[in-house]
Design a protein. Structure first.
Length: 203
């Protein structure tokens, strides 16, 4: 992707902006072309550079390949999401690590007592969920930048997935994302988006 100035507004080319935003959609079907764990690891290594509060980085990913693990996951998916998840080349279970504060000494080393800012369980969980959601946005755009399509879904048994895969840990399921190359009739029509006139205020 070429980086160029476009009317002094964007540093990326129209081609890049189309790939990341204008032409991108949530994918509902995928081809049989495989997606490797290494591909997604490379995406993560890029998108981990996006900002989070005090660099707390609570996003965690469970990559579920075809096989027994996928069958275990599909049991917890609701409605049409089960079939989509069963057929996707690779699936990421996006989780928030509610014990992210245990690594604050590593991730925010210039404040030695940074862990102590997150001792309240409820506030820390809220912080983890918010910042993991922020990182999930980076992750979806990162998948698109790698030439992959993402099918994020929220229709599943959250507690069931936590018990199935994260029992005894502080990881809490947030989203399930099917990953691959778009298949036949992969997209729905673009739904209306709010305009800047309605969404942006200036003071």
């Amino acid at each position: 992707m070429t980086c160029v100035a476009i009317d002094n507004q964007f540093a990326l080319s129209d081609e890049a902006l189309d790939l990341l935003f204008r032409e991108a959609r949530t994918a509902n079907t995928f081809t049989d072309e495989p997606v490797s764990v290494d591909q997604v690891r490379e995406v993560f290594e890029l998108v981990k550079l996006g900002p989070t509060a005090m660099n707390n980085q609570p996003l965690r990913l469970l990559l579920v390949q075809q096989g027994e693990g996928r069958e275990r996951l599909v049991r917890h998916m609701g409605g049409n999401n089960a079939a989509k998840t069963a057929s996707a080349p690779l699936v990421a279970v996006v989780a928030a690590d509610t014990d992210f504060h245990d690594r604050m000494g590593e991730h925010f080393p210039h404040v030695p007592n940074a862990r102590d800012f997150f001792l309240d369980d409820a506030a820390r969980t809220q912080n983890a969920v918010y910042n993991a959601a922020l990182q999930t946005g980076y992750f979806i755009v990162g998948l698109r930048a790698a030439g992959l399509a993402a099918g994020p879904m929220a229709g599943f048994d959250r507690d069931g997935i936590d018990a199935e895969f994260f029992d005894g840990t502080a990881w809490r399921t947030q989203l399930v994302i099917n990953i691959g190359h778009p298949g036949e009739n992969a997209w729905f029509d673009r739904l209306p988006r709010i305009s800047a006139d309605d969404a942006v205020r200036v003071v």
